[in-house]
Design a protein around this ligand. Sequence first.
Ligand SMILES: [Cu+2]
Length: 172
Amino acid sequence: MKYKTLILLSLFSVHLAVIAESSDTKIERAMAAAPQSISQHATIVDSNGEMLRKGKNDWICMPDTMPGDKAPMCNDALWMKMMSAVATKADFTTTEIGISYMLKGDIGSGVSNATPYHPDHKNAEDYTETGPHLMIIVPKEMLKGISRDPNSGGPYVMWGDTPYAHIMVPIK
Ligand SMILES: [Cu+2]
């Protein structure tokens, strides 16, 4: 009887190992979002907020943008502030510039270009996914003159009519 329980338990843990990513895998993916000079000393935080590795600079790299989407990003403090405003639907304004690296892009895990809150963003008319890019938060008045069209072939404004507007800068 004991023996059977053991076999069941070990089958179960094999199964868990397959579905749960190791923190090494997550750290590696998170670090790939930015140049080594940034990510090697960055703090790595999982998408549920759990700290995976304490860093030595002011950057925070995450293995996912939204839990499980596998679109890693490395954010400065202003980007982290904006991300939590997005998550809590809080207001957000800035007089400063914020930078996020997404050198792995977000192909396969895009968003509606109009809003982070589209109820069915994968099927949104303006569903947008982008290869390697930078994301830049600027004071709102500085967005003037930048394309709102994700297919313009150059930098464009995402979430432009929300407090979370930022410039997407494709780099490949
Ligand atoms: Cu992005």
